[in-house]
Write a protein that binds this ligand. Structure first.
Ligand code: ADP
Length: 165
């Protein structure tokens, strides 16, 4: 028992975060509550044409997660399971918004389990208010100057305004 209590559980929350939304933050808040350490890891190699450079995404995430002392922001290349092993993580955290997310997430989780059976994928549901929110929609709406209030942190709203005027 004592040895179990002293074990630190590190979880990785991987994604593009282009940009971070209040839905991501909702998941980070939930994850930070149950894991000892949560690493929000920006994938470098996924998106071909991102709106925000990696450094900008790091800065926004660092700003909005500043208050959580057990949350770290990082960037990774290559295979998620290699990165998780390197960081001694035993959990990958992912969000499921709707049934539409499920199929892709299931495929990824099962493939990751095949690559590394010792790492578990844990799914969490955001608050209902964020169940329809995606970075892609945020970018589309900001581009058209029609992004409703309350969907992204103020620091992100400011950067979007700088991008789209
Ligand atoms: P990816 O390109 O890996 O999907 P995203 O930044 O879009 O990167 O999402 C990262 C993770 O956060 C994914 O698990 C996604 O399902 C989850 N996610 C994205 N938006 C939300 C949201 N509004 N509520 C909960 N989870 C979300």
């Amino acid at each position: 028992m004592a040895s179990e209590r002293s074990r630190t559980i590190t979880a990785i929350y991987p994604g593009s975060f282009d940009p971070v939304t209040n839905g991501h933050l909702d998941l980070i808040a939930r994850g930070a509550k149950i894991f000892d350490k949560l690493i929000v890891a920006i994938t470098r190699n996924l998106e071909k044409d991102p709106l925000f450079e990696i450094q900008e995404r790091v800065e926004m995430l660092e700003t909005v997660t500043f208050d959580w002392k057990n949350v770290e922001v990082d960037v990774f290349d290559g295979l998620l399971m290699d990165y998780a092993r390197a960081r001694n993580a035993s959990v990958v955290l992912r969000g499921i918004r709707a049934v539409s997310d499920y199929e892709y997430e299931l495929q990824m989780a099962m493939m990751n389990r095949k690559i590394e059976p010792h790492i578990e994928t844990v799914f969490m549901l955001p608050g209902e208010a964020y169940s329809y929110l995606s970075s892609r929609l945020v970018k589309e709406l900001a581009r058209l100057n029609g992004l409703p209030k309350g969907l992204v942190p103020a620091a992100v709203e400011q950067r979007l305004r700088l991008k789209f005027g």
